[in-house]
Structure formats: structure tokens, C-alpha cells
Design a protein around this ligand. Structure first.
Ligand SMILES: Nc1ncnc2c1ncn2[C@@H]1O[C@H](COP(=O)(O)OP(=O)(O)OP(=O)(O)O)[C@@H](O)[C@H]1O
Ligand SMILES: C[C@@](O)(CCOP(=O)(O)OP(=O)(O)O)CC(=O)O
Length: 395
């Protein structure tokens, strides 16, 4: 028999990979950034978090199960998200006394990522976006994704961008209280639907230096950093928005690669230095540069987050050039199945094949995906809880 006193809602949320990177906090308490950033939301057909938010008068404490294991929610970031969402629900209940008092109930969240957690594949972004979206749906909140992004930002900065599909900016904001540090959609996924991303998984181990501690060390010690945050990124944000609006892939590629390199340069300039890229990552950079050189124009753009994995953006029009080359180097790894059997493993004319070998051995898996939508509602019957409120798996 269903337990009528358990309320629940389920949502999925996407990963986003920044092309102008967030690196540096203006306030660690508010989790506001030193610079604005901009990302592409990736398709949930390939990478997604699914989260069921449930609440009941019978629950004794707030709790989260992540991939089947209890996960701490006593940290300030999760607590900030809970508190803000409860306050919005409470305001609704105060206006309408017929509403059940969900804001007074403890929350149980059950969440699953269908990709490695804490491995530089933006799990915290999809994770906190799904966390906030699912609770907002449970509470039937009317706030817009931009308003909810202010809450998700406090869970993990990059999460604020995962509340939208397509091309998303996180405007750093200027206010002391962080209220204007929000995500906005620049263009939806349908504006430039031919944008594709090939992720080369070089390591799915948990990374050595977390983004949070890494960026704080950079702000504290890098002399290159103020120039990046105050001058380089603001100009790039404007140029990147224009490139996206105009669907100008060459400019998009130039800016994406330059910004990834600038971010990893300030990491190297941190004391002690932080290395996220490894030899295989650098081999991926050389392969992309060689694809572009031999094609005579920029048809591919690499970017690396706080880990060694490469994300390579390209336009579907150049799929054969880009995927053909990547397939030639990595055809033995998983990810090339089904939809990609027709891609001929071949390099562009004039491509120097000596660049392929250093990449070949270091890639463990490819994930071939594209631009995608923001969070989605999941029907009640697919919730990650059973009728008694116990966790159950999505698969
Ligand atoms: N589905 C989820 N629900 C709630 N929290 C999550 C979820 N997935 C990940 N997280 C949180 O994010 C943390 C991992 O974030 P971390 O920044 O270390 O790695 P990452 O996001 O995979 O990498 P990066 O942000 O550098 O790309 C987890 O330990 C957990 O606290
Ligand atoms: C390199 C990045 O991926 C850093 C992401 O940092 P997080 O959003 O994980 O950091 P916290 O706010 O401390 O949780 C660049 C980016 O996504 O913009």
C-alpha cells in the first residue's frame, strides 16, 4: 500500500562544460566567483544526474543517498540549498493555509549519476542542479531557473549553469550579498543544435586537488591570476557571446582553447603548482591543433576542467575530420559503438600521424555527445523511491 504521507518529485539535470572557465571565488561564504563564465550544456541522453526529492512528517533527518551510498549533507553548501528552498516553500505556505506544511518536514534525496563522480566530469554541477530542481518541483515553487540558479550556485558554482540547456552564462554579479550572481541562457540548444562534444576519458579516478581548494590557492598565490580575472575573461565573455549568437565556430574554438590554456596557466602559476592536465591531455591538445592545421581552419576546440579529461567541441559539419582522427587513435576503446560505426577512422589530408601515438594508449573511453536541454521532470512512477519511501535504483 502506498504511504500517502510521503511527497516526492523527480528531476534529471545535465552536465555543463565551460568554454570560459570559472576559477576563483570572490566570497567563499556566498560561493560567488571572481569572474563570469560561460558553458555548453551537454545532452542528457549521455550524461545526467537523476534525483528524487521526498519529504514526510515521518522522516527524522535530512539525508542524501548518492549512487546507493549515504552521502553527507551536513556541509554548509547542502545546508544553504535546503534553507533557501525551505524559505521559498514557507513563504508559499504562509500565503495559502491549505498547502501541506512540507517546509517543516525533513527531506530524503536519492540521486544517481550515470558517469564517474568527482572525476572532473562536472558531477557537482549536474548533482546540485538536480538537487535544487527536484526540491523546487516537490515544493511546487514558481521561481524561474535564473532565480533557482542563485540557490544551486551555493551548492557548487558550476551547478548554476546546469539549470538551463544550450549556451549559458553565469554573470558574476557585483552585489555584496551575491543576489545578482546568477545564470542566464544566452541561446537555447535549438539555436545551434549541430554543436557536438567528444569527451576523451583519460582518467576517471577522483582528482588530487578539488576545484574548491585549487581555486582558493590560485587566488591567494598566482600573480597571473588578477590579469585573467579582471581583464582577459571580461573581454572573452563578450566575444564568446557574440560567437555563439552568430554561430561562428572558428571564433568559438579560438576563445575556448585560449581560455582553457589560460586557466591551466594560472593553475601552474599557483604555489605550490597545480597540474590537472597530464601527458595524454597534452597529446590531445597536439592532435586537435594538427587537425585544425591540416584542415586549414579551426574545426575542433579542446577544453580541460580540473582533471586530465579532454572535451573536444566541433560542429557536426566537420564530424568526419574530427571523429575520423579521434577514432583512428582510439578505436579500441568503448564509446565508438552503434551510432558511430559509419565513421571512417582516417585523418585529414596532410595530417602528421606521429601525433596520434601518444594519445592512443592514454584514453580509456570516449563519450560522444552534443548540446542538450536543461533539467527535465521525471514521471512519478519512475521515482527512485518505492511506495514505502525506501531508495531504489534508476536502472
Ligand atoms: N548527484 C549528486 N547529488 C548531490 N551531490 C552530488 C551529486 N554528484 C556529485 N555531488 C557532489 O559533488 C562532489 C564532487 O564534486 P567535485 O567538484 O569534487 O567533482 P566534479 O564535479 O566531478 O568535478 P569538476 O567540478 O571539477 O568538473 C561529490 O562529492 C558530491 O558532494
Ligand atoms: C574547472 C571548472 O570546472 C571549475 C568548477 O568548479 P566547481 O563548480 O566544481 O567549484 P565549487 O563552486 O567550489 O563547487 C570550471 C567551470 O566549470 O567553469
Amino acid at each position: 500500500m502506498a504511504n500517502p504521507s510521503i511527497y516526492h518529485a523527480t528531476a534529471t539535470a545535465p552536465v555543463n562544460i565551460a568554454v570560459i572557465k570559472y576559477w576563483g571565488k570572490a566570497s567563499t561564504k556566498l560561493n560567488t566567483p571572481t569572474n563570469s563564465s560561460l558553458s555548453v550544456t551537454l545532452s542528457q541522453d549521455d550524461l545526467r544526474t537523476i534525483t528524487t526529492a521526498s519529504c514526510s512528517a515521518s522522516f527524522e533527518s535530512d539525508a542524501l543517498w548518492l549512487n546507493g551510498t549515504p552521502h553527507d549533507v551536513s556541509n554548509a553548501r547542502s545546508q544553504a540549498c535546503f534553507a533557501e528552498l525551505r524559505a521559498l516553500r514557507k513563504a508559499k505556505e504562509d500565503k495559502d493555509s491549505s498547502l501541506p506544511p512540507l517546509s517543516t518536514y525533513k527531506l530524503h534525496l536519492i540521486s544517481e549519476n550515470n558517469f564517474p563522480t568527482a572525476a572532473g566530469l562536472a558531477s557537482s554541477a549536474a548533482g546540485f542542479a538536480a538537487f535544487v530542481r527536484a526540491i523546487a518541483d516537490l515544493y511546487e515553487l514558481d521561481e524561474s531557473p535564473t532565480e533557482l540558479s542563485r540557490i544551486a550556485r551555493q551548492g557548487s558554482g558550476s551547478a548554476c549553469r546546469s539549470l538551463f540547456g544550450g549556451y549559458v552564462a553565469w554573470e558574476k554579479g557585483d552585489r555584496e550579498d551575491g543576489q545578482d550572481s546568477l545564470a542566464v541562457q544566452i541561446e537555447s540548444e535549438s539555436h545551434w543544435p549541430t554543436m557536438r562534444a567528444a569527451i576523451l576519458v583519460i582518467s576517471d579516478a577522483k582528482k588530487g586537488v578539488s576545484s574548491t581548494s585549487g581555486m582558493q590557492a590560485t587566488v591567494a598565490t598566482s600573480t597571473l591570476f588578477p590579469n585573467r580575472a579582471n581583464f582577459v575573461v571580461p573581454a572573452r565573455m563578450e566575444a564568446m557571446k557574440k560567437a555563439i549568437v552568430e554561430k561562428d565556430f572558428e571564433t568559438f574554438a579560438e576563445l575556448t582553447m585560449a581560455d582553457s590554456n589560460s586557466f591551466h596557466a594560472v593553475c601552474l602559476d599557483t604555489i605550490p603548482p597545480i597540474f590537472y592536465m597530464n601527458d595524454t591531455s597534452r597529446a590531445a591538445v597536439r592532435v586537435v591543433e594538427e587537425i585544425n592545421r591540416s584542415a586549414g581552419k579551426k574545426v575542433a576546440a579542446y577544453t580541460f576542467d580540473a582533471g586530465p579529461n579532454a572535451v573536444i567541441y566541433y560542429d557536426e559539419a566537420n564530424q568526419d575530420l574530427v571523429l575520423g582522427t579521434l577514432k583512428k587513435a582510439t578505436s579500441n576503446v568503448t564509446g565508438w559503438s552503434d551510432k558511430y560505426t559509419h565513421i571512417n577512422a582516417a585523418v585529414p589530408e596532410g595530417f602528421n600521424e606521429a601525433f596520434l601515438e601518444p594519445l592512443a594508449g592514454g584514453v580509456s573511453r570516449v563519450i560522444l555527445t552534443g548540446v542538450g536541454s536543461g533539467p527535465l521532470k521525471v514521471p512519478k512512477e519512475k521515482a527512485l523511491i518505492d511506495e514505502q519511501g525506501n531508495p531504489r535504483s534508476a536502472t
